[in-house]
Design a protein around this ligand. Structure first.
Ligand SMILES: Cc1cc2nc3c(=O)[nH]c(=O)nc-3n(C[C@H](O)[C@H](O)[C@H](O)COP(=O)(O)O)c2cc1C
Length: 324
């Protein structure tokens, strides 16, 4: 796929391990997301025991354009994993250089790579060679390891010079994890410095936020993660806002129907017992801000099968919303 098609004024759904499975990705796509990214996939896992890891990769035609995100620290294993991913025919391969989670960082992967730029560059070069121009390559990273090592400018430039086709910046440090606010000035600075497309990410929770990121930062695309949880319609609201300057609030009926659609999609992709367990955290995001939400949350957590879940969700249709 042409890089322009992936990046010119596109809205990406961020990878969120544990949330952005096929059901949620498809839901977001139906509600206006342009580019979808898999949950992060271990390169070591793919190369060693591919069957289990492959479950995270599978996607349907409805999900295109689709990126598979891999993480790891060994350039040759990353290259092998990227090549392996090509048999699934993705539209893009993304390398995770931003994950701050301990079990990833202690293996030298994710955001740990920002402390070892030569290794990060070697990974990009090897993966690029393995892809052989068949699909573009993107790199997702943070502002730096901590406040004393903000190296996103040099790092971004190095990733570009090593062969990345697209960059994605989440402007927090690894040490910050997800606390505080992201520093959009870093996106602005990087966008002015690199010649390849930049996807801006961090704290977009409304159409106004998305527009502000485009206008203030000069990035080609925006990426939304947590803001879409329980609000998959955010993508279409952003598009409506971009074209008309206004957007439709979400009605109670739409909220209810979207929750049901999410459960249906989940049941199409996973066994019922897994859906009942995993939908607890997903559904709780939808009912934030509605009157009676905490009682519903408690009941959702007690559900034992999909039938019960659907019955509890039906009550959302009759509760009062306080926030759209
Ligand atoms: C629960 C959770 C899981 C995440 N999983 C991934 C992941 O698998 N790969 C990745 O690059 N980033 C991951 N991230 C980071 C997000 O993609 C994104 O960069 C970050 O949440 C900031 O964007 P947001 O404010 O729009 O959520 C995760 C974040 C959260 C909260």
């Amino acid at each position: 796929m042409n890089i322009q098609h992936l990046t010119m004024d596109k809205i990406w759904l961020a990878p969120l391990a544990g949330y952005t499975d096929a059901a949620f990705r498809i839901l977001c796509k139906r509600h206006g997301a342009d580019v979808l990214v898999s949950e992060m996939v271990s390169a070591d896992g793919l190369v060693r025991d591919s069957r289990k890891t492959e479950e995270l990769i599978h996607f349907g035609e409805e999900e295109r354009p689709y990126a598979i995100q891999i993480f790891g620290s060994d350039p040759l294993i990353m290259a092998q994993a990227a090549e392996y991913c090509l048999r699934f025919n993705p539209d893009l391969i993304d390398i995770n250089m931003g994950c701050p989670v301990k079990k990833v960082v202690k293996r030298g992967a994710g955001s740990a790579l920002m402390t070892d730029p030569p290794r990060a560059a070697a990974i990009v070069k090897e993966v690029k060679t393995a892809l052989g121009g068949r699909v573009p390559l993107s790199v997702k990273f943070r502002s730096g390891w901590d406040a004393n090592s903000l190296n996103f400018m040099d790092f971004g430039k190095l990733m570009q010079d090593s062969g990345a086709d697209i960059l994605c910046l989440h402007p927090r440090t690894a040490k910050q994890m997800f606390s505080g606010t992201s520093n959009w000035q870093h996106i602005t600075q990087l966008a002015a410095q690199v010649s390849i497309p930049l996807v801006g990410n961090g704290d977009i929770a409304s159409p106004e936020d998305a527009m502000r990121m485009y206008q203030e930062c000069g990035c080609q695309s925006v990426m939304i993660g947590r803001g879409a949880l329980g609000k998959p319609w955010l993508f279409s609201q952003i598009k409506e806002y971009q074209t008309t300057g206004r957007y439709s609030p979400v009605t109670q009926n739409k909220l209810h129907q979207t929750m049901l659609e999410h459960i249906d999609l989940a049941l199409e992709h996973k066994p019922e017992w897994v859906v009942v367990k995993e939908m607890r955290s997903q559904l709780c995001h939808y009912i934030k801000g509605i009157v009676g939400g905490s009682r519903l949350r408690h009941r959702i957590n007690q559900c034992r099968d999909a039938q019960e879940l659907i019955a509890v969700v039906a009550e959302v249709g009759i509760l009062t919303m306080t926030d759209s």
